[in-house]
Design a protein around this ligand. Sequence first.
Ligand code: FAD
Length: 428
Amino acid sequence: MEDTYQVIVVGAGFAGLTAAKELGRKGVRVLLIDSNNYHQFQPLLYQVATSQIGVSAVTRPIRSVVRRLRSVRVLTADVASVDVGNHAVTTVDGETFSAQILVIAVGAVPNFFNTPGAEDHALPLYSVTDATTLGTGLTRLLDRADREPGVPVDVVVVGGGPTGVETAGALAENIKFVVTKYFSPELAARCRVHLVDMVPSVLAMFSLKSQAYTTQRLNKIGVQLHMGVGVTEVRADGVTLADGTEIPSRIVVWAGGLKAGNLLAGSGLPQGKGGRIDVRPDLTAPGAEGVYVLGDAANITDASGAKLPQLGSVAQQAGNWAARNIYADITGGTRQPFHYTDKGYMAMIGRGAAVAELGRKRLQLQGPLAFLSWLLVHLALLSGTQQKVRALFSWLNGYIFHSPAQVVVGGTERGLDKGTGRGPQPGR
Ligand SMILES: Cc1cc2nc3c(=O)[nH]c(=O)nc-3n(C[C@H](O)[C@H](O)[C@H](O)COP(=O)(O)OP(=O)(O)OC[C@H]3O[C@@H](n4cnc5c(N)ncnc54)[C@H](O)[C@@H]3O)c2cc1C
């Protein structure tokens, strides 16, 4: 067993990467482990799936992010188990590493809520692999529909939260602009996007005003809303809704929710809502000294005791805060309870249309101003100058000239079959 590291961080997402960088800046010896050799920017995955930006805009090699931090070692490996008592992790290759402190920041996995057929037939949108699989499927669907005049083309998006709304909006705009321009108006007229959720309105976490604006914009661009009705079954050829409605569809996008992955289930830590770990105010796991759980893997509370949502900003700030507490652990200081700076929420609906509720006071913006804020905020949050430049050019290209940013490399129509189109998935 190797013990040359002071801290092991599992997961180089928003939370883990931020923690590792902060610790590296202080000279702490960190082993940063991720299944992938890249960091992915999840907020823009729906744009990859809908060909608005390329993969290279939303991914950045982890080694490039920490290249100047000499005390941080990056390991590309899938962690198979964690031993919270010994602050140790074992990879699928059987290598074990331990350290003084263990940080678990492995994100989440899609939650299909035991919906029959969903795991087999619906396509989630949580990783770059998911996004490219979905993008390939959508493009192949259009290529095929182009050869089948008169046949309706329906795509169902399950989940009316920000991811579902953004995906449905982007698909509808693609039909309006890209399909009309690059295929034919006849094909565009046959395409329909459905957005389904069991809650009565889209964007449940937003204000009524933002919900009303979003509903009106989605209706305007042709998204068919099925609100207040759940999906009871997903099949290879469509979905059934709780009211008996059948929607034929070869592609069902799952943006219905998240839960903790298997790594946490096997950790022995007590799991709370969504299988996540209810961490203490200082972000440590209860009953496991020297173990921190961050980001989407944790239920984190703010100073008032309210649970914070699974957001990039929560994960990033928790990563930063944990790094400070870990440094205090190492240097004999005192840990401080996490304080979250609430920056609000945003969701993009389409070209010139978005909603934003900014800051603790929830300053509400809708329309072009919110759209511009969304672009600027996401540009600022993207990791890496090259990535920012690529995203900016793709947006200019797409929003002004309606050109798709991405081509499909490889894949066949069988890519629509979930079992054949996906790359290796980390065993979370
Ligand atoms: C489609 C989508 C859109 C979103 N849009 C927004 C938005 O607009 N604004 C916002 O604030 N938030 C948004 N979010 C939420 C935000 O992306 C997450 O809250 C954030 O990524 C959580 O960060 P994290 O570090 O906890 O996990 P992640 O970013 O998921 O990172 C987890 C890392 O752990 C690695 N990992 C997992 N298991 C293992 C293992 N066993 N071994 C090794 N490595 C492992 C993964 O490869 C990954 O790199 C969105 C999420 C999604 C899915």
